[in-house]
Ligand binder design. Structure first.
Ligand SMILES: Cc1cc2nc3c(=O)[nH]c(=O)nc-3n(C[C@H](O)[C@H](O)[C@H](O)COP(=O)(O)O)c2cc1C
Length: 444
């Protein structure tokens, strides 16, 4: 993360805040203002109650994620899909064993910035904590984000969505009556951050993805209490165990969809140790902001692209903007029911996401929902081209069926009648520059 911060600072993008900020609401308010004023990363140098500096808004747009993935000549989803294929096919070890960093210090949870984000949040949260755990059967490391509520010096409460690997690991450990050792990594290199947001099939070592993105193995050392392989570059490591058969109140919390999730019974992590680097920088993430959504949109788009391009022809690109629950697929239509088949694959692609699926052709900018909806309402009967799938399971947070069902909007031109829907164009437009035509004194 330090290398990433240096890069942002060199590019003149990093905003430094040197005056003291209160971790209760003030830090989040400044973060939100920075996002509104151009989405720039911020480094808080002086956070009340902690000696650690706090960085936020580091990975807050598609362009920054693109830098991590590379492959600028092709659509992001296709480029990332290739990296995922390579990570899954990897046979060599993606980790190199190293010694713990020399500047690592042992500390306590209360040393860390305890940041409270929203008015009705139950307390301080770690929002950019990446849980590292090993598959209880195969030992494969998994990385995933899980919000962690601070309740006291030895305890955090974690939210484990049912569809995620950590929930599965925990279930299996619990069935065997065992605790699940876990290390929370806060402030990691960019490739580890992206890998943590990505789902890989069970049994795949998620460091393989980080290594593939970085172009080199992840240097990791056995952590002090749990012996989990922790990246040497991690700024902060919180180690502990998720208790079997134990659930305690967690929340309310203002989470990714922009609303408060109410208090619920969630997992308990007993903390065994906290370690951080000298001059450690803590990563804070405002849930539901672009730093959260850009990541979720990117990883979902790559997953859907892979599922689609393995099963259907003519898949050009996929976008999950806005807000990762939508999926827009760009196709080169091959047959009359092509868009419908695309929707079927998209709806099957994940149990939680892809609530809305729009299908467009290459002449529509799939990242522009205005253009997508324009195509949908101008290229044929809206009733005949809307597909409603009732009762399909929804978002993992769903308790009342609020997220069940899926809707598909076919915004392609009627197959075989494309000539009736050629987008109009003014000849010579490309070569025309408005400033060449304006009278002196008339400004653009
Ligand atoms: C910033 C951020 C916060 C997240 N918070 C949670 C959370 O609190 N609980 C949860 O179950 N999933 C959460 N997720 C989703 C998943 O943990 C994440 O997408 C991860 O990739 C799941 O990986 P897995 O499929 O390998 O388990 C979060 C994702 C992001 C990007």
């Amino acid at each position: 993360m330090r290398a990433w911060l240096d890069k942002l600072a060199e590019a003149g993008e990093l905003l430094a805040v040197s005056r003291e900020v209160d971790p209760r609401f003030e830090l989040a308010a400044v973060t939100q203002r920075a996002q509104e004023a151009g989405n720039r990363p911020v480094l808080f140098e002086n956070v009340r109650g902690s000696r650690l500096r706090v960085a936020t808004n580091l990975f807050a747009d598609g362009a920054r994620l693109r830098e991590i993935v590379g492959g600028a000549d092709e659509p992001f989803a296709a480029a990332y899909a290739k990296v995922l294929d390579a990570a899954e096919a990897r046979v060599d070890s993606p980790q190199t064993a190293v010694r713990a960093p020399e500047d690592l210090r042992q500390g306590a949870l209360s040393d860390l910035p305890l940041i409270t984000y929203h008015e009705h949040d139950a307390g301080p949260y770690f929002t950019a904590a990446i849980a590292l755990a090993l598959d209880p059967d195969t030992g494969a490391p998994n990385l995933s984000f899980h919000r962690a509520m601070y309740v006291g010096p030895g305890e955090l409460r974690l939210r484990l969505g049912d569809s995620h690997d950590l929930a599965d690991y925990q279930r299996r450990a619990e069935q065997a009556g065992r605790e699940l050792p876990v290390a929370l990594l806060i402030g990691v290199p960019a490739p580890v951050f992206l890998a943590a947001g990505t789902h890989l099939p069970p049994g795949v070592n998620e460091y393989a993805l980080a290594a593939e993105l970085a172009g080199k193995p992840v240097e990791a050392y056995p952590s002090r209490h749990t012996m989990l392989p922790v990246p040497v570059a991690a700024e902060v490591v919180v180690e502990g165990r998720i208790l079997p058969g134990e659930r305690r109140p967690e929340g309310p919390f203002g989470e990714v969809l922009g609303y408060y999730v109410p208090e619920g019974l969630n997992h308990v992590m007993e903390v065994d140790g906290v370690a951080y680097r000298r001059d450690a920088i803590f990563h804070s993430l405002l849930c539901g902001s672009r730093e959260d959504l850009a990541l979720l949109e990117a990883v979902n788009a790559a997953r859907v692209y892979r599922d689609l391009s393995r099963r259907l022809p003519g898949i050009v690109d996929v976008s999950c903007a806005p807000a990762f629950m939508n999926t827009t697929v760009q196709i080169r239509p091959q047959y009359a029911s092509h868009a419908r088949d695309v929707m079927d694959v998209v709806f099957d692609s994940h149990a939680d996401y892809n609530q809305l699926c729009c299908v467009v052709e290459e002449d529509v900018n799939l990242h522009d929902m205005n253009a997508v909806i324009h195509a949908f309402i101008t290229r044929g009967r809206v009733d005949a081209r809307t597909r409603v799938v009732a009762g399909r399971a929804g978002f993992y947070r769903d308790k009342e069926d609020d997220f069940a069902g899926r809707v598909g909007l076919d915004a392609t031109r009627p197959f075989g009648r494309e000539a009736e829907f050629v987008s109009k164009k003014v000849p010579g437009l490309d070569a025309t520059r408005l400033e060449d035509y304006l009278a002196r004194g008339s400004r653009i």
